[in-house]
Design a protein around this ligand. Sequence first.
Ligand code: G
Ligand code: MN
Length: 284
Amino acid sequence: AKEQGGQRIQVFESWMAQSESEHMRLNRELDDALRENQLEVYYQPIIDIRTGIISRAEALLRWNHPDKGLLAPDAFLSITEQSGLTDSITAYVLEQAVICSLRWRDRGDEAFPININESPASFVTRSLVEQWRTRLSQVGLDESRITLELTPASINNIHATGFNPVKSLGLAGLRLHLAIDDFGIEPFSLLALQEFKMDSVKIDRDLIRDAGQGGDADRIMDGIIGMAHAINVQVVGVGVETDEQLQFLSRAGCDYAQGYLFSRPLRKDDFEKLLELDRQKTPS
Ligand code: G
Ligand code: MN
């Protein structure tokens, strides 16, 4: 924080513990990855619990690393956040999501709703939002079809700087939907639900793990769902792996579920096949 002029907050990231050379090497590799199409966006379905059908997808960035195999963002994003590559990666993820959203129609023949994570797409700068706005209007994609998932840490950061993207950048005007990721396991101000006009919260898989056991986790989730619904915020359960967890979420009135019980994150083509199968189902 001092290096960057002081009077600011800098959240500790794992890359800071790595040596400078390791950091630089990864940066160079990532630069190659972008140019050599080693980056790929996977899609994981998000199911409407009431009807049982796929209603949206989360876009998840993966890096097909030549030596290390398939890498999830945790393994490399904290590095990109510090590099000039961020904007290119952001643009790449958005571009992929836009193409798929336009290609995969929902049941009402509207563009398919897709969630993007804020970490591969740190959008909270004016220029980035402008870039997105331009791109979405160029392709004629209704902005509300793209949802941005923000982490509590990033909401805290935004809060600490006194900067409100909804007000300052007119995100409400842009009509992008916002979701809070990792909800329930990291601290953040509940006021943000209101101030940032969140559309949904995603209950973290650490809480979902104990769902349906009749313990405190159930009561906490009942509370989260009740609170969210009282202010018109929808709830997604993440990391749903068992029927028991799904049954609990259904009873508790949770709106959406995402997890291995339904599907792992899939490559674009595989997701498309899954979607075709799903379309043949009648909503329950
Ligand atoms: O924090 P976020 O919601 O963006 O995390 C999504 C990640 O969670 C993805 O990388 C995905 O592979 C992983 N994931 C998705 N569903 C499940 C699940 O049912 N169990 C576990 N353990 N991980 C999951
Ligand atoms: Mn997410």
